[in-house]
Design a protein around this ligand. Structure first.
Ligand code: HEC
Length: 424
């Protein structure tokens, strides 16, 4: 039977989907192994693209959308997945290039170019000797004025060798030299105390954040954020993954400013391993070989009502599932995040569409399940070994951590604090 329906074409139907859902990673300089920016790029891998979208392997998004919804949800609609399949089956028509598709800006995952990029003074050579390394980079800066920060993003020339990153922005007084000490310190293991060389710089922290594989930028709604001091340093601690090949890596951060005054400074709290309530994880955190084990932790939110802006779950290689929720004093359950199939490769800052009010006295529960059996392909040890938790963040230890960003609650936050940026 002849088909009279209009056939999907690349320019009209497919390019806009790829631009929104794939191109932020599938382009030069980002984490994905190939670009998807042209008809040739996409049609060459059409069958593969049909497969990975139908299986929902791509775009990667690990949080269960039936549990909680987020502003940065990177999911394709069933209609879009079907459209891709139909286009592939109908021999990948190219169509006419009429309207130009808006691809993301190069060098950032944010929707506009950064106002300021601060990079480490030198790149780091990662030896291919299968050893994990911790390196701190001191990045001095001196601006004309302090600036209101609307978003901040970790950048790297080589994300695949980076296991995770923490960085802090310090305001440094005029009489202290921002160029003191070396510009990079290898603080792996016993050399960790060398970090003290930077002590004079670390008196006034203005921001603390991080990056994990798969994550995009951090951004804030409305008049929330933090103030970039006029002069200071950024200390970026990079945890390099063990690799069997020599690699170079140059890291830095992108900053996006806004004119509007920051009225409330967002705070970050780490709950669990390496943070608040670490001692309360139950049962005591160690995982015997050949077991699957569940741990959980409860804390009561103190003092005052809070507006929760985002949650950032963290486990390592043995993680299987992750769940966090709060129960209010009135007995209502507030679902925060559920990762039914944890994958270390795909971690994300989950930004709520609207601020979530957590009334004071609510009980927060964080729960993680770990698989330390041989059947877990992500297990770094065969045969499996006893695994402990540590705030040290070595990838062969385990962690149960929930990072949260919040501000003290104000009447109407649920309506006012909305993430506006559309993130692919
Ligand atoms: C958050 C970043 C990101 C987004 C968004 C993303 N990808 Fe990927 N993609 C990757 C990375 C990294 C890899 C390589 C690692 C892997 O395969 O697990 C990859 C691998 C792939 C592969 C190869 C899979 C394999 O088994 O080797 C295909 C095909 C693909 N992506 C297509 C897409 C399509 C189509 C989209 C959009 C619908 C998309 N990706 C969105 C990061 C991304």
């Amino acid at each position: 039977m002849p088909c009279f329906a209009q056939q999907p074409t690349y320019y009209k139907d497919i390019a806009p989907i790829i631009a929104r859902a794939c191109a932020s990673c599938h382009r030069p300089g980002e984490a994905a192994p190939f670009s998807l920016l042209t008809y040739e790029d996409v049609s060459k891998r059409a069958t593969f693209i049909k497969e990975v979208t139908q299986s929902r392997y791509m775009p990667p998004w690990k949080a269960d959308p039936h549990y909680a919804r987020y502003a940065n949800e990177r999911l394709l609609q069933p209609g879009e997945i079907q459209l891709i399949a139909d286009w592939v089956d109908a021999k990948m028509l190219k169509g006419n290039k009429t309207a130009t598709t808006a691809y993301p800006v190069t060098g950032t995952q944010y929707h506009r170019p950064p106002d300021l990029t601060l990079k480490a003074l030198h790149s780091f050579s990662v030896k291919g000797d299968n050893t994990e390394r911790f390196v701190v980079f001191r990045v001095p800066f001196s601006l004309k004025d302090s600036m209101n920060v609307a978003a901040v993003e970790f950048i790297s020339s080589n994300k695949k060798v980076v296991h995770h990153v923490n960085y802090a922005v310090y305001d440094v007084a005029e009489d202290i030299d921002i160029n003191v000490g070396e510009d990079q310190l290898n603080v792996t293991d016993s050399e960790r105390s060398r970090y003290d060389e930077y002590a004079p710089l670390r008196k006034n922290m203005r921001y603390y954040g991080g990056w994990i594989p798969g994550a995009s930028f951090e951004s804030y709604p409305a008049d929330i954020g933090w103030v970039m001091p006029r002069r200071g340093v950024v200390l970026i601690t990079v945890h390099y993954a063990a690799t069997g090949r020599d690699e170079e890596e140059l890291c830095g951060i992108n900053l996006f400013f806004r004119k509007e005054k920051i009225k409330r400074v967002a705070s970050v709290i780490n709950v669990g391993s390496g943070g608040v309530g670490e001692k309360d994880i139950e049962p005591y955190f160690f995982i015997q070989p050949d077991t699957i084990k569940k741990f959980s932790l409860q804390i009561t939110t103190p003092h005052q009502d809070q507006s929760l802006l985002y949650v950032w779950p963290h486990m390592h290689l043995l993680g299987k599932t992750f769940k966090a929720w709060a129960v209010t004093p009135a007995g209502d359950t507030i679902p925060l995040v559920h990762i039914p199939e944890w994958d270390f490769k795909w971690q994300e800052i989950y930004k709520f569409r609207r601020a979530v009010k957590i009334p004071k006295g609510s009980v927060l529960t964080v729960e993680g399940v770990y698989d330390n059996t041989r059947a877990n392909p992500a297990n770094p040890f065969n045969p499996p070994r006893v695994i402990y938790s540590s705030g040290d963040m070595k990838s062969v230890d385990e962690m149960l951590t929930l990072v949260m960003l919040f501000v003290p609650y104000e009447e109407g936050d649920e309506e006012r604090l909305v993430f506006q940026e559309k993130i692919p």
